[in-house]
Structure formats: C-alpha cells, structure tokens
Write a protein that binds this ligand. Structure first.
Ligand code: IPE
Ligand code: IPE
Ligand code: MG
Length: 246
C-alpha cells in the first residue's frame, strides 16, 4: 500500500529523501492581519509543528528548515529578540515529543553568536537526540550557505596543514563532510513559501540538483494540505541530472 489515504495523489514509496523549506511570509501575514510582526512569527512556529510531525510519520529522511539567516541580524532589534525568544520556547516545548518520535536534531549554522540561553537549548537538543535514528531535523539558525562553505574551506585547509589530508584528495565528498549537513544526502525538494523565488543564501551546495517549488501561501497559513500538494508536485517532476531520460 503506497498511496497516502489522506491524499491518494501521493505515492509514499517515492517521497523526496531530503526536503528543505524556506519558511517565508511571516511579516506579510502579520501585516495582512493588522498584527505585530512577532505574532506572525509565532503563528509561523505553530505551522511548523504539523510539518515536522508529518515528515517524521511519512518516513522522510531529512527535513531542513530555514529559521534565521546570517542576514536576519540586520532586522530591528525588537524583531530579532522576538525571534530569539520564540526559538527558546519552541525548543523547550517540542524537545520531549521530538525525542520520543526518534527525531535527531542538528543545528545548521554558528551557535556561538547566539545568546547563551539559546545556545544552550540548541546544544542540549542536539546532544539529547544525537543517537536517534528517525527523521533528521536540521534547523538553520544563524545560517548562511556562504559562511558554511567558507567554514568548510577552512576545515579542509587545517587538515592539509596538519598533514592529515593532501590537496589532491579534496573532492566533492571531502567538501560535503565539512558541511553542517555532513552524512546526509543532497536536498531533493526545496519549498519556499510566500511567492518569493530565491534561495537567500540557503543550502547552496546541497541544492545543486534540487527541485524547487514556490507556493504563494504565506508560511503561517501553510498546512498539511499544502505540504501534500508540494510532495505530489515533486513526484510529477522528471529528474535527469544532466542525462537523457530513459
Ligand atoms: C520569514 O518570514 C521568517 C524569518 C525570516 C525569520 P519573514 O519575516 O521574512 O516574512 P516577510 O518576508 O517579511 O513576509
Ligand atoms: C530567508 O528569508 C530567511 C528565512 C526564512 C529564515 P528572508 O525573508 O530573510 O529573505 P529575503 O530577505 O526575502 O531574501
Ligand atoms: Mg521574508
């Protein structure tokens, strides 16, 4: 039985292994509802819960979520503070259930620049769930793909200068193991909500052959039905990787 009963168009045996989501549109959602921006972010966090649970239940291998970019520090201080406190709330309220569901959490990005409480909550979530074997849940916080690639170059250079690696041995696998997503496959499907069509510095290396979907729905309004639609649309794509179709 491969079809999802709630969505017969979905073939559960051909799901993307790695889904990445740029959760965009919280600000516009708040504006549309004449609410403060923090409320948009709060509703965005609520939308997230169902998507994580469904991904875990469907057996998707990796789910990467863009929560806070290196560029988002440039937003007004009150908004950054609201995002930081929501982050803390999210980890405190979800960690038990995620752990119970065998979810393994990995933070993509530099935790060192975060306030101490956030850094601790994120590190605890990673440590507590590191032996779990279910969904790999990657949460990108203070993440930028260029910074990630610079970090990988530095790690490789250090290995070379320590004599553990020779420059000829630097190949795509060597680069991939220095990324935050080490050990996980490339992104198969990237979804960005709110109609914006750009990557905004998210997973540039890992998205080399990803399929892209840009639904216009604002992130706080993104439901399981939208997620199923996106997965069904992915299943209609023909992935050729530069070759001729069989
Ligand atoms: C995405 O929503 C959430 C974060 C960047 C943290 P936005 O806040 O970017 O929403 P818009 O783009 O202003 O609508
Ligand atoms: C990307 O969205 C970052 C997150 C969703 C966390 P932004 O809203 O920050 O990106 P731009 O500014 O529209 O490119
Ligand atoms: Mg935005």
């Amino acid at each position: 039985m491969t079809a999802d009963q709630s969505n017969p168009a979905l073939d559960l045996s051909r799901l993307p292994r790695h889904v990445a989501i740029i959760m965009d549109g919280n600000g516009r959602w708040a504006k549309k509802h004449a609410l403060q921006i923090a409320m948009g972010h709060r509703r965005g966090t609520e939308a997230l819960r169902d998507i994580i649970r469904a991904s875990s239940d469907m057996g998707i291998s990796s789910l990467s979520l863009y929560a806070f970019s290196t560029e988002n520090w440039g937003r007004p201080a009150t908004e950054v503070e609201a995002l930081m406190s929501l982050m803390l709330e999210f980890f405190h309220s979800e960690i038990d259930e995620l752990h119970q569901k065998n979810v393994r959490i990995t933070i993509l990005g530099d935790k060192d620049a975060l306030p101490p409480a956030q850094k601790e909550a994120l590190t605890t979530a990673e440590t507590r769930t590191q032996a779990n074997t279910g969904l790999r849940l990657n949460i990108a916080i203070n993440y930028g793909a260029r910074a990630e690639m610079v970090r990988a170059a530095r790690m490789l250079a250090q290995e070379v200068s320590a004599g553990r690696l020779s420059p000829e041995d630097i190949d795509e696998n060597a680069v991939a193991r220095c990324l935050y997503t080490a050990g996980q496959g490339d992104v198969d499907l990237l979804i960005r909500t709110s109609g914006e069509m750009r990557l905004s510095n998210f997973l540039l290396y890992q998205c080399a052959y990803a399929e892209f979907l840009f639904p216009t729905v604002l992130w706080p309004d993104f439901t399981l039905a939208h997620y199923h639609q996106a997965l069904a649309a992915y299943q209609k794509r023909s992935r050729r990787y530069g070759k001729r179709e069989e």
